[in-house]
Write a protein that binds this ligand. Structure first.
Ligand SMILES: C[S@@+](CC[C@H](N)C(=O)[O-])C[C@H]1O[C@@H](n2cnc3c(N)ncnc32)[C@H](O)[C@@H]1O
Length: 251
């Protein structure tokens, strides 16, 4: 974690990764450290362990580690590396935490999470995206990335969460909505934390939502903005209507 040459050598020798992408990952890691997007050593390690180049479209390979979101087809995107680092750091995932992600997309976010815990559930609403990402994980697992076995995937409308797997210690939402979905708040454990982009279309603020029991025994929900008020646009939190994606869950 402190020596680029040793990191690249390790990636090439133990995982057969391409030194070009290892060097790009190292450079983005350095930028994320400088920007304070990676809060602790566990997140720093997870960032370095996750091969982002395996989750982008071939035509975007040269830009895999750019400070930008990238098109992954079907009108959706893989979030930029700094946002993934900051959002994941903000929920402080501990070994053994049960984590639910809404918006699997490319699969990069859940892959990163698999270096922090081995209990992961992720939901994607677009069927061909969900199927493609499942097959990406299966290929990577077969080639030795056994951590990804921990990722349970589902093609569904994530607004309703994953009730039979909950409650969850942490929830991470990667699509934007104008309110916190009540089913997700319900499936969050007392003492749990959710990070979610909330706001009008294309102008969300990334909120950290905590659910606690107050001294009076009442459940208390608090919100804080992880970017101190900065607007961060996300793809919309869409809605399934009789197996068809129609509109959004915005109120
Ligand atoms: C910013 S993108 C993907 C980010 C993703 N975490 C990654 O690492 O690539 C957000 C994803 O949320 C999905 N999405 C939108 N509404 C959803 C819903 N109601 N349930 C589940 N997924 C949804 C989109 O289809 C899209 O793939």
């Amino acid at each position: 974690m402190t020596d680029e040459a040793a990191f690249v050598k390790w990636g090439v020798e133990t995982r057969g990764e391409n030194p070009k992408y290892l060097a790009m990952r190292w450079a983005r890691y350095q930028a994320a450290l400088k920007n304070k997007d990676l809060k602790d050593e566990r997140n720093q390690r997870a960032f370095l362990m996750t091969p982002r180049e395996d989750f982008v479209l071939d035509r975007n390979l040269a830009r895999a580690y750019d400070h930008a979101f990238l098109d992954i087809g079907y009108g959706v995107t893989i979030s930029g590396p700094h946002i993934v680092a900051k959002m994941t750091s903000s929920i402080d995932v501990q070994e053994g935490d049960k984590v639910l992600e809404i918006g699997t997309g490319s699969g990069y976010q859940a892959a990163y999470l698999s270096y922090l815990t081995d209990k992961l559930w992720t939901i994607e609403i677009i069927k061909p995206v969900a199927e493609r990402t499942r097959s990406t994980y299966d290929k990577l697992i077969a080639s030795g990335y056994t951590e990804f076995k921990a990722i349970q995937t589902r093609n569904a409308d994530g607004y309703y969460g994953w009730a039979d797997a909950g409650p969850f210690d942490k929830i991470i939402v990667t699509c934007g909505i104008d309110h916190v979905p009540p089913p997700l708040l319900q499936q969050l454990k007392v003492g749990g934390v959710m990070v979610i982009p909330v706001g009008p279309p294309g102008a969300q603020r990334v909120l950290k939502v905590t659910k606690e029991k107050g001294a009076d025994g009442e459940i208390k929900v608090t919100r804080s903005d992880i970017y101190g008020g900065r607007i961060v646009p996300f793809v919309p939190f869409t809605k399934l209507d009789n197996d068809e994606i129609k509109g959004t869950h915005n109120r």
